[in-house]
Write a protein that binds this ligand. Structure first.
Ligand code: C2E
Ligand code: MG
Ligand code: MG
Length: 741
């Protein structure tokens, strides 16, 4: 289609060229030879050089306005149509050459102008006769002729141009002509007027007219050119602005793309962060409900599960469950002696072993330290829980082999059953805990099922705790003294200070009832300090008062909590200073278990105590699990054989134990004190075995200060014979047990 159009346009253009060429040939043929002169040639040269040069291109519409017309019209009016056609063709070619080197375009430029001039000349000749005389006749005719000349020239020339353009662009001729050529008619009329002016004013002096004409044309041209340059500049400016706009749009688009990219990256990063956050949350969620060492559920999770279990039990009364509370026996000991890493290994192995004994629906949790809990769900009857506890105890009979060491670990288990009807997880856990403590008290490595009696005991214990706090504030304690006698001489050598709680409602409360609670709550520290100060003062008084008892000794019990106190040494020093009691007279009694469980700290503390000058006794010897091999490490002076051995001192067999202990003590440079001598037989046996000292109901029960004075007086009046001096002393019936523990 495009090609066809091009062909049509081309054909038309060549047609115009052919017509123009024919016109040129025709006028050459008809050119009157006499008309050619130097001025004509000069006109032809000026047309070629200036006319074609001074072409003003109108941007956007692609049209060139030339000043050729002025010269062509001048030639027409001065020399006639023949010269005008030839100069026109020449001017057309020169103008076209300025814009294109294409043969067709150049030929068309010449052809079109030749045709237009030929047509104009023909019309003028037909209308007005000769063209060369037009400017010398009637002015009105001359003006009309100039108008016709400009009009015909304009119409023919522009219509030829419009047709060629319309054929190329496939638009209507009228559209192309009205858009592009309508307004340039001015240039033709101006050309015609200019030519008219030149020819009429020139008269015979043609050359001068021509020379005057040139500068005018040049001035017109340059001012017009300047105007067009400004138009172009503003067009360029507009183009530049457009380009900048396009560029900035491009930039904006790029920036937007960058932003989108950044946003994408941000979103990706956010997603990554939120994933990390999710993982972190999950980690924390897991950490919040799990124990980090064993990975087992922790107390918080166990409590949640228990809550759900309680709810099910409320809805279905036949739904039975139980909580087992477990505590490893003597775990502290394992941790202290074998190290925390080993302790951790043991806990993990213990947890694994427990899990093996449970069904999948049961839950094992670690509450911290060596405390574990088990939720036994969906039991058919209450004995199921007991069976689980039994299974666990059986499993623990095998040693744990960890890190090439093997160790036995037993556990005390408390069981609380849902049949008791619980509302809150805390309650059932508390009861399982109470039962576990009961199992510990009853000898460890066993289980106990919680019952109402236990509950009563627990309540009683809580009451005891609060009463004890008040007792410390109100100073409701007193010290009783139990004589210690030399088994060889029968003489009174000293006293053991034994604390009593003078309860306002319950009377005297045994230390066996409140010392464990005082230990647990830490109240033993102020109580112990008071006992020490009080007893030191009393014994010093008795030493002073009774000349035969100047070296009377005082035994004071120290609890584990006191041994841990940093200022213990200071307190003892203070008590001795205040009472003026000789340090050598003070014997501090520390139970075997306290010594063994804090071996490292104890050794250091004992050395410091010894440096004060005080003596040290190991109390209740034989009841702890202690290894005899440890004993020599401690700087001890006395060894107190526990009452349980003394009470069995009737048969020859049992004597062996006491004999062994005595021999051991002697080998370690210690003296032996036998506790709980109640019979003559025991007394005699112990004497025979070489025990140095003894105390027991046979001699005297623990008594108050008044009774002590009486005992001292009695002792001072006796001979120093090996016979029994201390006949069974009927001390007052002193201890009432106010708390059922
Ligand atoms: P302990 O230090 O082994 O004291 C000896 C206990 O045996 C005393 O019990 C005493 O009354 C009792 N006893 C003495 N001879 C006989 C006897 O022939 N037969 C029987 N069955 N018992 C006898 P008590 O006074 O009830 O003291 C119990 C424990 O309380 C003491 O055992 C001691 O460990 C602790 N204790 C007493 N006073 C204090 C104290 O001031 N501080 C500390 N930390 N513990 C104390
Ligand atoms: Mg004692
Ligand atoms: Mg004892």
């Amino acid at each position: 289609m495009k090609r066809l159009r091009e062909n049509l346009a081309g054909t038309f253009m060549w047609l115009v060229v052919a017509t123009g060429a024919t016109a040129c040939l025709y006028v050459t043929y008809t050119f009157p030879p006499g008309r050619i002169d130097g001025y004509l040639l000069l006109l032809a040269v000026v047309t070629a050089v200036i006319g074609s040069r001074i072409a003003i291109r109108i941007p956007q519409i692609n049209v060139n306005i030339t000043v050729d017309d002025t010269f062509v019209f001048t030639a027409l009016l001065l020399y006639g149509g023949e010269a005008a056609v030839l100069i026109g063709a020449f001017a057309g070619v020169c103008s076209a050459l300025r814009i294109s080197r294409k043969v067709r375009t150049v030929a068309f430029g010449g052809g079109a102008l030749a045709c237009a001039v030929f047509a104009t000349e023909t019309v003028l000749k037909l209308a007005f006769g000769s063209t060369t005389n037009l400017m010398h006749g009637d002015a009105a005719v001359a003006v009309t002729a100039l108008c016709v000349m400009g009009m015909v020239q304009y119409l023919v020339h522009t219509i030829i141009g419009a047709i060629a353009s319309a054929l190329k662009s496939q638009q209507s001729v009228w559209y192309v002509w009205s858009r592009n050529f309508l307004w340039i008619s001015i240039s033709y009329f101006a050309g015609a007027a200019g030519a008219g002016f030149i020819v009429s004013s020139m008269g015979t002096a043609r050359i001068w007219a021509l020379l005057v004409c040139i500068p005018i044309i040049i001035i017109v041209y340059f001012s017009y050119d300047r105007y067009m340059r400004e138009v172009k500049a503003s067009a360029r400016y507009a183009e530049e602005a457009e380009r900048r706009r396009a560029e900035s749009e491009h930039e904006r688009a790029e920036q937007a793309e960058r932003h989108v990219q950044e946003l994408n990256n941000y979103i990706v990063e956010q997603e990554r962060i939120s994933r990390v956050l999710e993982e972190t949350k999950e980690h924390f969620r897991h950490a919040a409900f799990h124990d980090s060492l064993t990975g087992l559920p922790n107390r918080a999770m166990f409590t949640e599960l228990l809550k759900a279990e309680i709810e099910s039990a409320k809805q279905k009364p036949e739904h039975l469950f139980a909580v087992l509370f477990l505590d490893l026996d003597r775990f502290k000991n394992i941790n202290d002696s074998l190290g925390h890493t080993y302790g951790d290994l043991l806990l993990v192995a213990f947890a694994e072993r427990l899990e093996r004994t449970l069904r999948p629906m049961d839950t094992l949790a670690r509450f911290g330290g060596d405390e574990f809990a088990i939720l036994i769900s969906g039991m058919s009857n209450a004995t199921d829980a007991v069976r689980v506890a039994q299974r666990i105890q059986d499993e623990l009979k095998q040693p744990f082999v960890l890190d090439k060491n093997s160790a036995f670990a037993t556990s005390s288990i408390g069981i609380a059953l849902s049949s008791t009807g619980y509302d809150k997880p805390e309650d059932i856990l508390r009861d399982a805990d109470i039962a576990m403590y009961r199992a510990k008290e009853n000898g460890k490595a066993r289980y106990e099922v919680f019952d109402q009696a236990m509950h009563a005991r627990a309540v009683s214990r809580l009451q005891l705790e609060s009463d004890l706090r008040e007792a410390v504030e109100r100073k409701e304690f007193c010290v009783y003294y139990q004589p210690i006698v030399s088994l060889q001489t029968g003489r009174l050598t000293g006293f053991e200070a034994l604390v009593r709680w003078n309860h306002p409602r319950r009377g005297l409360v045994s230390p066996l009832d409140f010392i464990p609670v005082a230990e647990e709550t830490g109240l033993i520290v102020p109580i112990g300090e008071w006992v020490l100060a009080e007893a030191c003062t009393r014994v010093r008084e008795w030493q002073v008062a009774s000349p035969s008892h100047r070296s009377l000794s005082l035994s004071v019990n120290l609890s584990a909590r006191q041994v841990e106190q940093a200022d213990l040494l200071e307190r003892i020093h203070e008590a001795l200073e205040t009472s003026k009691l000789n340090a050598h007279c003070l014997k501090l009694e520390i139970t075997e278990s306290v010594v063994m469980e804090n071996a490292e700290a104890a050794t250091l503390m004992f050395k410091q105590l010894r440096s004060l000058g005080v003596q040290l006794s190991i109390d209740d010897f034989g009841t702890g699990y202690s290894s005899l091999s440890y004993l020599h490490r401690f700087p001890l002076n006395y060894l107190k054989i526990d009452r349980s051995f003394v009470s069995r001192l009737t048969t020859d067999n049992d004597n062996a134990i006491v004999r062994t202990i005595s021999t051991l003590a002697r080998n370690l440079g210690m003296e032996v004190i036998a506790e709980g001598i109640e019979t003559q037989e025991q007394y005699q046996q112990l004497r025979l075995l070489g025990c140095e000292y003894g105390q027991g109901f046979l001699f005297s029960q623990p008594v108050n200060c008044e009774a002590v004075l009486h005992l001292l007086a009695q002792d001072a009046h006796r001979d120093s014979s090996p016979d029994l001096h201390f006949g069974p002393v009927a001390a007052e019936e002193e201890v009432t047990v106010g708390y059922s523990m």
